[in-house]
Design a protein. Structure first.
Length: 254
């Protein structure tokens, strides 16, 4: 209950901030963009991770407000970063699956993006596999509307959910993000190695991109490169960090 009151105040005071984790291209060795991850900058507790409060916001029916606040801050940042670099990196934002029940979502998202003079190409929307399970009939159509405007869509934590592979042809998905629990087992658990290879070849056949999450060691990165994974995210390349630190580390010329 205390937490709920705290969260209501936090929304009013906009105590949420994006951290940015780089996405790295193993072939060109360049940073391709980032994933924005919310942090609650709590007046007493300091930075609170999303795992501790996103589920509560979902229960309260308020997660959409945070997701839209994050999108607005990320777009503000991108507007600035696009002037620093012409590589035109994308930023991925996480949307709670609950949002897709909300009819005006697309209009709202487009309004936010346009208010920052950006186009949907700059944004990738990450949703967890679980979203597809709620399969109300409208969802593939809503995804198609987003795609038609130029957004790309990534399925997060892929391999941990319960979705049937049939969903992959029904929904316009651009990117599969291999969950870090599989990456963590590379060269340890043969079944997981096979699983990763299978996901990668399936994605290639379906013309989807693959991102491996949670890459922490060079042997993991080398193995992933050897099976054709190009885009990686993980502590080996960079932790989630503040906008200031991200800019200093990846967007300065010298
Ligand atoms: O940064 P961290 O690893 O603690 O993030 C944990 C999880 O929290 C992420 O996997 C993601 O699914 C979720 N998350 C992070 N940022 C956001 C956000 O802005 N909105 C929503 N809905 N979920 C987020
Ligand atoms: O969106 P998603 O729930 O996948 O968010 C990614 C989460 O994984 C974030 O909370 C981030 O802090 C975490 N993370 C990112 N890279 C690594 C990593 O290399 N190792 C571990 N253990 N966690 C990571
Ligand atoms: Mn994510
Ligand atoms: Na993930």
């Amino acid at each position: 209950l205390q937490m709920r009151n705290d969260l209501r105040r936090a929304l009013k005071n906009k105590e949420f901030i994006p951290y940015y984790q780089p996405k790295f291209d193993l072939q060109t060795r360049e940073v391709l963009g980032a994933e924005a991850l919310v942090r609650w900058n709590h007046p007493e507790k300091g930075l609170v991770p999303p795992f501790d409060f996103i589920p509560v916001l979902e229960e309260m029916g308020l997660v959409e407000e945070v997701d839209m606040m994050m999108l607005d801050m990320v777009c503000g940042q991108l507007e600035k970063w696009q002037q620093l670099t012409d590589t035109g990196g994308k930023i991925a934002v996480n949307f709670s699956g609950l949002q897709f029940k909300y009819e005006k979502l697309l209009d709202k998202v487009v309004d936010i993006i346009e208010s920052h003079k950006l186009t949907p190409k700059a944004i990738q929307i990450e949703v967890t596999e679980g979203v597809l399970l709620e399969h109300h009939d409208q969802l593939p159509l809503i995804f198609r509307d987003f795609k038609a405007l130029g957004f790309s869509i990534a399925l997060d934590d892929f391999g941990t959910g319960y979705s049937s592979l049939g969903y992959l042809s029904k929904y316009p998905i651009d990117t599969l993000k291999i969950d870090r629990s599989f990456v963590n087992n590379i060269n340890k658990n043969e079944a997981d190695d096979i699983l990763i290879k299978t996901i990668v070849s399936m994605a290639q056949n379906l013309k989807m991109d693959v991102v491996a999450e949670g890459v922490e060691t060079k042997p993991q990165a080398d193995w992933l490169a050897s099976i054709g994974v190009r885009i990686v995210q993980g502590y080996l390349f960079g932790r989630p960090m503040s906008a200031t630190n991200f800019e200093a580390a990846f967007l300065q010329d010298d």
